[in-house]
Design a protein around this ligand. Sequence first.
Ligand code: COA
Length: 594
Amino acid sequence: MRILFLTHAFNSLTQRLYVELTALGHEISIEFDINDSVTVEAVELFRPHLILAPYLRRAIPEAIWRRHVCLIVHPGIVGDRGPSALDWAILDGESEWGVTVLQAEAEMDAGPVWASATFPMRVAKKSSLYRNEVTEATVRAVRAALERLPDYRAGTWKPTPLAQAQLRPLMKQTDRAIDWRRDDTVRVLAKLNCGDGFPGVRDSLFGQACHLYNAAAFAAHGEPGALLGRVGEGVVRATVDGAVWIGHAKTEAVGIKLPVLEVFPETSALEVLDAGENPPQPPFCKGGGQPTHADRRVPPFAKGGTGGISTTPEIHYEESTSVGYLHFDFYNGAMSTAACQHLLAAYEAARRRPTKVIVLMGGEDFFSNGLDLNYIEAAASPPEESWRNINAMDDLCRAILSTESQLTVSALRGNAGAGGAFLALAADQVWARRGVILNPHYKNMGNLYGSEYWSYLLPRRVGAEQAAAIMRNRLPLGAEAAVRMGFLDAAFGDDLPGFTAEVQSRAQALAAGTDFNERLQAKLQRRAHDEAAKPLESYRGDELKHMQRNFYGFDPSYHVARHHFVRKTLNSWTPRHLAIHRELGWVVPEDVEG
Ligand code: COA
């Protein structure tokens, strides 16, 4: 079928559906919901067999839903209506939530139900639930809906009218407001989580109004509302029965979400609390469960060392039977210069351990999304900060690439984009959870050339032609397709616990394998051979020449694109590579009426 995605943005969920439905053989074109006339034009040009709205903020024009089957994905259980579905589910502490696929009608989210799917809730940010549970449930529900389409067309099946519906209002800041003198940790966390990544919770720090993001429960006690100290770049604030760690804030003056320490330099005067000696309680472990591989924890640094586990809560390391697991859960997968340097130091420390395999675990939601564009945007000199950041990222990649003492594995639990996807390729083996979406290209960010040794890493995995196509096409890549083309070595696990458990057993098998020494030798030989053909430093030098032009040159495209990305400028048109119905030479199909 030709399926037109009508969507507010090409976000992670839309990308996942794009990958899934393309793999089923459907032809997908995308139109951003900019205004009704643009939508009408897109339908006339593409003549879709079906219109799917994975992420829509406005109603579909009547002229369209009356003539075409339009299916809407609503991130709520059957009967739930309204624009803040997931926000209310988190705030109300629902134990189960779901996704409903409805047919568009005059009233928003009130059409008949084509399919639905449910999932158990967990203590997590809204964006994390959206990227994981909501996305998986959407894939199930959309697949079920598509299977019903032939029967619907034949008149042998009808969607179920929505009998009982509850329309809930847009959640306001007054609903989200934290009462530090009354709300317990669970409530504070629910309020912060239900507004993360957007719109955050309006509050104040150091007497200044701001929005708060990126929170986790923290084991400490004090006067409710008081700042008890800092951990990493965030602050610890007391609740009535404990405390929360708050990592990010945004003030109106700066208007960019940044680490609290960046927004409020006063943070540096707070007492440094030791997260290592004051272990976070279960909700801190994103995912709500106990940490995995916990049989032996080895902080990679001596206490107090820069970037040690006590000062950088985003990084932690654990070891189990000759395998070291290095976790780095940076907010939104964004890796600032300091983040890269801390991680490099942690990696070097992990490399010195007597292990056989090092697994780069990334974060739960994202493996990595490359340079920290927010940080760069807020810097006094964005070109200088971009330069520092890319060099720090390259240093990290080089350390992984030149590891001689262990085999290395990247385990992608979450999505990876731009430089973050190539950071993963620096390891010897690259495994991903089956639902992971990769965006291994840079061009969407104002024609950025990219570094992270991609010009060495990508062609050696997929060949020169495929590498050029990946970079040029700028499309999301599903894990299974990535395995087929050699970008990944393996994709497995339908959920996070399943993936993590299998990573553990595969990594242990690698370490215990009778062929371990053979594998290690083969890797060293290959590296030596490649180095002789073209040194790593040459790849880096060539890439950075382009990057220097991107950062400092005459063409400001990268700075403009970054500005729009960070400031979340609304789309005013759909990129041509997504709207295939707007490509030059597109012939309007005649098998469906316009
Ligand atoms: N730096 C700073 N913030 C980043 C980021 C980065 N490199 N990548 C993503 N984010 C933030 C987004 O601004 C968004 O913030 P929010 O919490 O305020 O909503 C959040 O992470 C999620 O990103 P979003 O774009 O909504 O996620 P997605 O899953 O739909 O798309 C990507 C993922 C990777 C395709 C997209 O985020 C992207 O293009 N990122 C930029 C990658 C890049 O160019 N890096 C620099 C070159 S190495």
